[in-house]
Design a protein around this ligand. Structure first.
Ligand SMILES: NC(=O)c1ccc[n+]([C@@H]2O[C@H](COP(=O)([O-])OP(=O)(O)OC[C@H]3O[C@@H](n4cnc5c(N)ncnc54)[C@H](OP(=O)(O)O)[C@@H]3O)[C@@H](O)[C@H]2O)c1
Length: 226
């Protein structure tokens, strides 16, 4: 339990599933007052690619101590197959979305407030077919340093997970998912893939880590070093 989070008001964009849902559950157990925003509502509707939904939510919900976004949209194809609209959606979701969340929520944030966004290991491990995701994840890491300077003393950080069993890979057929997990475990220094607990423990720590800002914390079992 993180005592730093007791009574804090937290907005989790993308909080209905995967890592976001686990952050909602664990910070709720910590005693935080957690609001879940998803593209479809019904509690709160935020589509980070649609500024009007962000502006409306900020206006109607008031101040949050912490704003988190796990939103991502992938376009994992080789260069000859890239599609302009899908490239834009990927960047709009992972990079522009956090900028707009900062624009609308930062002015209402109390002292001690922070933003937490999600990057990913592929930003540091280029491989064929992931140029869009990799570049967007790396851009997000640059973004948090800039936002941290401009919004100080509010804090702005990111987590860059390695391959994590968050539920997102359940869309793959069993055999492909197992192969992905096996190769990711072998490619890490820790010899395993990540768990929801690995990532959410780091998220809870970062929300309360008052002297950490402008950082991207790599939670990948050391995989980017191999
Ligand atoms: N799991 C991994 O192995 C891994 C590895 C590296 C990085 N990451 C990063 O960690 C973050 C969380 O991962 P995850 O595994 O929990 O992913 P996930 O299960 O795919 O969850 C992504 C969330 O983003 C939401 N979302 C997508 N587009 C949105 C938009 N335009 N506006 C608002 N919400 C939107 C989705 O909501 P809907 O329900 O509406 O689709 C979903 O809740 C992501 O940014 C991912 O790139 C994950």
């Amino acid at each position: 339990m993180s005592e730093n989070l007791t009574g804090k008001r937290i907005l989790v964009v993308g909080g209905a599933r995967g890592i976001g849902a686990e952050i909602v559950r664990r910070t709720g157990q910590d005693g935080a007052d957690v609001v879940v925003a998803t593209r479809s509502g019904p509690e709160v509707r935020i589509d980070v690619t649609d500024e009007a939904t962000i502006a409306r939510a900020a206006e109607s919900l008031g101040a949050f101590d912490h704003v988190i976004s796990t939103a991502s949209a992938h376009h994992d194809v080789p260069v000859p197959d890239l599609e302009h609209d899908k490239i834009q959606t990927a960047f709009s979701t992972k990079v522009v979305g956090p900028l707009l969340l900062a624009k609308h929520f930062a002015p209402r944030m109390p002292a001690g407030g922070s933003f937490l966004f999600f990057s990913g290991i592929v930003g540091w491990k280029p491989k064929s077919g992931t140029v869009v995701k990799g570049t967007a994840n790396a851009a997000l890491a640059a973004l948090v340093t800039h936002l941290a300077v401009e919004l100080a003393p509010l804090r702005v950080n990111a987590i860059a997970p390695g391959i994590t069993d968050s539920g997102t890979w359940d869309r793959l057929p069993d055999e492909r998912r197992r192969a992905l997990y096996d190769s990711a475990a072998a490619a890490s220094l820790a010899g395993r893939i990540g768990t929801l607990e690995d990532v959410t423990d780091t998220a809870r720590w970062l929300l309360g880590a008052g002297w950490v800002t402008g950082e991207t914390v790599h939670v990948d079992g050391g995989a980017r070093h191999r």
